[in-house]
Design a protein around this ligand. Structure first.
Ligand SMILES: *[C@@H]1O[C@H](CO)[C@@H](O)[C@H](O)[C@H]1NC(C)=O
Ligand SMILES: *[C@@H]1O[C@H](CO)[C@@H](O)[C@H](O)[C@H]1NC(C)=O
Ligand SMILES: *[C@@H]1O[C@H](CO)[C@@H](O)[C@H](O)[C@H]1NC(C)=O
Length: 578
């Protein structure tokens, strides 16, 4: 234990990590006792957030950490006389898509409310703040008045034809809206969720949280949620105003319809399946953010009236389908606030309908690959890791709320198997499916910006090696036989996206909160990407001396252990008569 913490200290002084990634640096002022959390998971969290920084659109601030990114798409919105610059590029291309962004922001806020102390302890709270603000500030612009929401910037057909850097993005980049006359119930409601969830996170002195344990299971002083260091009451009330306007719009427009009916261009990239789930989700978040029963009653009504009935949904959780998330969020909220009149036992049993079906392998159209990746037939084909990690995300929130310890264990084991697969254990690929954290990490994410390529007919080979490392990006994932080819043009396997990284952040917070073990890929990032350009500082030289001494004593220890084991084993063999 002592040896381990000495090593960690030495490594953090050495700080051989690339200056350009989200790795926790020893000089970070907001980083408290880093020995209380696992250093590799802290780095993974940092990198997963750094990915969002690499996806930024608009004018980049001076503290931008991604050296190879430039200001871009500054004229967005000008076709409608608005400033819609900023925000995030959705995936490996240059579109800005509101509906999946709103889910991404909602789920980032949700995991922070549930496991927020992991942000504080790993010193990544300031980056959570930056990640959320870059998205929410843009969504504020995309909701320029009470009745309007911009849902897409960029023409998918034009964007599809471009493969190159952020300086040659083709124009024009039209902006597309929905409004009171041409409503999109799902997009209004989903963005209301994002505003309400982030409003709640920034409010309450930053102490607001969602329970991941039942009353009595935990010492109340040890809350897992809440991020006090990012509190901002003014920002919280601005966000709440947008949340409430969009909830009004979603619920009072007489024509309830999916947003692609109002704005068909979005069906080329992110058509929505239904709006019933979004209505429940946004009413739940509004209830939490306002402590007003009007919203929890609305949530119950939308939930109870839905057809088919929610608990029997057999699909995954993703940017489009939120059904499995609803009873889980309702369970958490019912514990967080008993004035809202939500019944914990009702939502607890509804949560378990989906979870039991999942972990027992009885869910329709679902199987696990030979090496154990959860697969939803159809939904997993365009990007296999997302449904798996989103399931693990839901379990991380719910597992200790389960009705008995056997369920807690079954759910946790299932989530752990998925997380370990993604992070490199037994997946047949011998590496984590996260870029830039291990020598075997995928090195060809489908990202026009990162690749440095200019020739859309030679995406794989030009340039031969991807120019920029997109640290912390989760890629699409392997196929249904666990095969993964790491080819830049294979977008189902190697594309990156805002919504893919959200559950990566969540499961990293979960691991940071519940364990001090290393991730399964088990190799310090520092070893994978030693910095070459800088000479060693005095601190680093001292650190090396410390490491040498520590390694020496560890070796002595190991030798003693090995000898003891050897003696014990030969004793056992003798006893067995072998
Ligand atoms: C940013 O600009 C520099 C200088 O023009 C260029 O070399 C680089 O490729 C640009 N970055 C991207 C992601 O296009
Ligand atoms: C939030 O928590 C901090 C630290 O525990 C405390 O000092 C502060 O008073 C709390 N704020 C509110 C509004 O409860
Ligand atoms: C609760 O919300 C509803 C709907 O926005 C509003 O009409 C009502 O005044 C609110 N109640 C309170 C006590 O704030």
């Amino acid at each position: 234990m002592l040896v381990q913490s000495l090593l960690l200290t030495a490594l953090s002084i050495l700080s051989l990590s690339p200056a350009s990634s989200g790795t926790v640096s020893s000089s970070s002022s907001s980083s408290p006792s880093s020995s209380s959390v696992n250093a590799q998971y802290s780095n993974l969290l940092g990198d997963a957030l750094w990915f969002y920084e690499a996806q930024r659109s608009g004018k980049l601030p001076s503290d931008n950490r991604v050296s190879w990114r430039n200001d871009s798409a500054l004229q967005d919105g000008s076709d409608n006389g608005l400033d819609l610059s900023g925000g995030y590029y959705d995936a490996g291309d240059y579109l800005k898509a509101t509906y999946p962004l709103c889910w991404t922001m909602t789920s980032l806020a949700w995991s922070a409310l549930s496991y927020g102390q992991a942000y504080v302890r790993s010193g990544q709270d300031a980056y959570l703040d930056r990640t959320l603000r870059w998205g929410m500030d843009w969504l504020i612009r995309a909701n320029p008045d009470k009745d309007t929401l911009y849902v897409l910037v960029g023409d998918p057909d034009v964007d599809n034809q471009y493969w190159g850097g952020d300086q040659g993005i083709p124009n024009p980049r039209p902006s597309y809206k929905i409004d009171r006359i041409n409503p999109g119930t799902d997009a209004f409601a989903s963005c209301s969720s994002a505003f309400a969830a982030t409003s709640y996170l920034y409010g309450g002195g930053g102490n607001n949280s969602l329970p991941v344990q039942q009353p009595g299971q935990v010492d109340p002083s040890e809350t897992l949620g809440g991020v006090p260091t990012i509190q901002d009451a003014d920002y919280s009330s601005t966000l709440l105003r947008h949340a409430s306007d969009l909830w009004e719009l979603a619920t009072t427009t007489t024509k309830r319809q999916r947003y692609q009916v109002a704005q068909p261009v979005v069906s080329k990239i992110y058509p929505s399946t239904d709006y019933q789930d979004d209505l429940v989700l946004s009413s739940l978040w509004m209830a939490l953010a306002t402590a007003n029963r009007t919203y929890s009653e609305a949530a119950e009504t939308f939930y109870d009236q839905a057809q088919p009935a929610f608990p029997y949904n057999q699909g995954p959780l993703n940017w489009d389908q939120k059904a499995p998330a609803l009873p889980i969020l309702a369970s958490q909220i019912s514990l967080a606030s008993n004035q809202l009149g939500l019944s914990f036992s009702k939502y607890q049993s509804d949560s378990e309908v989906w979870l039991d079906s999942l972990v027992s392998g009885k869910m329709t159209n679902t199987f696990t690959t030979p090496k154990g990746l959860l697969w939803f037939d159809g939904d997993s084909d365009p990007a296999s890791l997302n449904p798996s990690l989103n399931s693990a995300f839901l379990i991380s929130l719910y597992r200790s709320l389960a009705s008995n310890p056997a369920k807690t264990k079954a759910y946790s084991d299932f989530a752990d198997s998925q997380i370990d697969y993604v992070l490199g254990s037994g997946n047949g690929y011998n590496g984590p499916f996260v870029v830039g954290v291990h020598p075997n990490s995928p090195s060809n994410p489908h990202s026009a910006m990162a690749s440095g390529g200019q020739d859309i007919t030679k995406i794989n080979t030009s340039p031969p090696t991807e120019i920029n490392t997109l640290y912390g990006a989760l890629i699409g994932g392997p196929d249904r036989k666990d095969r993964f080819f790491d080819l830049r043009d294979d977008y189902p396997q190697t594309e990156v996206a805002l919504d893919y990284n959200a559950p990566l952040v969540a499961i990293t917070l979960y691991r940071l909160s519940t364990s001090t073990d290393d991730p399964p890929y088990g190799l310090p990032e520092d070893e994978a990407y030693p910095s070459s350009s800088h000479g060693l500082s005095k601190g680093a030289k001292i650190a090396i001396a410390v490491i040498v001494v520590v390694v020496f004593f560890s070796l002595l220890g190991a030798l003693a252990w090995w000898r003891r084991e050897w003696l014990r084993r030969s004793y056992r063999l003798r006893k067995l008569g072998l």
